[in-house]
Design a protein around this ligand. Structure first.
Ligand SMILES: Nc1nc2c(ncn2[C@@H]2O[C@H](COP(=O)(O)OP(=O)(O)OP(=O)(O)O)[C@@H](O)[C@H]2O)c(=O)[nH]1
Ligand SMILES: [Zn+2]
Length: 206
């Protein structure tokens, strides 16, 4: 999918009206699905739907176009000796499950224990979105976010907790609304030291 995708949205030259081309075979696939579901892809309301759906999927899966680690390359070293927990909580995100390509909607809490330097706080959310905008399972999403911060920021500890609802469990299949899935990944000090782990979980609200 690489070449059709736009856009660095942060670029001043990004043109929000420019839409990526959608190859015929991709449109055909979506027409096939519409027919298979029981509707007529040639009726007026559905004529442009294959293009819209394809472009929507490029957005949902924009994470494949980036390496989330790049967001952690700018660090700040003048932190006045600060070496306590840095936590970004209640970060909303959307992903899609790799089994049904159905929405996963949730929130994440990401914390780290700095070692001499910190990163711009928005970058933690950018890392999350970089991995969430792919076909995922929640366990891997949680592990990938933690591992990325661990490897590239080299902190003393990383803690990631994700809480999400899976549309494949609510809108189809077992059809059990209101059920939430919680996953967590602790690394370094948060894994090894129970007091630190309890502290970070309590700051996260768990
Ligand atoms: N562990 C895990 N499972 C997930 C996630 N998202 C969806 N699933 C589950 O993936 C499983 C796929 O099971 P299958 O039996 O292969 O598929 P299915 O017949 O559609 O299963 P049902 O959803 O039970 O109807 C289901 O149990 C889903 O609930 C996730 O993030 N993590
Ligand atoms: Zn699913």
């Amino acid at each position: 999918m690489s070449s059709q995708v736009s856009p660095d949205e942060d670029s001043p030259r990004h043109d929000p009206l420019r839409k990526p081309d959608v190859p015929d075979n991709v449109q055909d696939a979506i027409r096939t699905l519409i027919e298979w579901a029981g509707d007529d892809p040639t009726r007026e309301g559905l004529v442009d739907t294959p293009k819209r759906v394809a472009r929507a999927w490029l957005e949902y899966c924009q994470g494949y176009q980036e390496d989330p680690a790049v967001h952690l390359s700018r660090i700040f070293e003048e932190v006045g000796g600060y070496d306590e927990v840095v936590l970004l909580k209640d970060i909303p995100f959307q992903s899609h499950c790799e089994h049904h390509m159905a929405p996963i909607i949730g929130k994440a809490a990401i914390a780290y224990l700095p070692r001499n330097h910190v990163v711009g706080i928005s970058k933690l959310a950018r890392v999350l979105h970089g991995f969430a905008r792919r076909l995922q399972i929640q366990e891997r999403l949680t592990a990938e976010v933690a591992q990325c911060i661990w490897e590239h920021l080299k902190p003393q500890g990383v803690a990631v907790v994700i809480e999400a609802n899976h549309a494949c469990m609510t809108a189809r299949g077992v059809r059990t609304p209101g059920v939430g899935m919680i996953t967590s990944r602790m690394m370094g000090t948060f894994l090894e030291d129970e007091r630190s782990r309890k502290e970070v979980l309590s700051l996260m609200g768990y």
